[in-house]
Design a protein around this ligand. Structure first.
Ligand SMILES: [Fe+2]
Ligand SMILES: [Fe+2]
Length: 165
């Protein structure tokens, strides 16, 4: 079955939404690399790579379904410099919530159009978003708890640096 046109449009957009997310995380990683927070820099870099994997998942799906592909510009992140680690993770958490709404929209439309293969792929993304929101929110909470205490902040940074993939 061909991917319905309106579903295809959203899937194509989502490929760029995932690259945009990668763009945001690379910016954050580069920002932290110039700070004492090596753990956050590593975490953000790994997250950027994960977002590229998400984009590739959609790209491969589109190719497998013989769908026409439209190239597009990747939006620039809102900022390159963050006030604090908390500011960066709050931005990340808010952005993950936005991505969840993008994915949900594709899932709903795919079901409506009886494009269950796309709905199934989006189901994977919905579960992934639960994890992504959870991970970023955990850092928001930990950083709020740490406040201005440098020892606690470095503790949270070390925790972030333990991320393996
Ligand atoms: Fe993603
Ligand atoms: Fe994400």
């Amino acid at each position: 079955m061909e991917i319905p046109k309106d579903v295809l449009k959203l899937l194509n957009e989502q490929f760029y939404n995932e690259l945009h997310a990668a763009h945001i995380y690379f910016g954050m990683s580069a920002f932290f690399k110039r700070s004492p927070y090596v753990g956050f820099a590593k975490w953000m870099e790994l997250q950027a790579k994960e977002e590229i994997e998400h984009a590739m998942k959609i790209y491969n799906f589109l190719c497998e379904r013989d769908a026409p592909f439209a190239t597009s510009e990747i939006a620039k992140p809102k900022k390159d410099v963050y006030d604090s680690p908390l500011d960066a993770f709050k931005t990340a958490y808010e952005h993950e919530k936005l991505v969840t709404s993008q994915i949900t929209r594709i899932f709903e439309l795919a079901n409506e159009r009886k494009d269950y293969a796309t709905a199934d792929l989006m189901n994977w993304f919905i579960n992934e978003q639960v994890e992504e929101e959870h991970n970023t929110l955990q850092f928001v909470k930990a950083l709020e708890f740490a406040g201005g205490d440098k020892n606690l902040l470095i503790g949270v940074d070390q925790w972030a640096g333990k991320r393996a993939e």
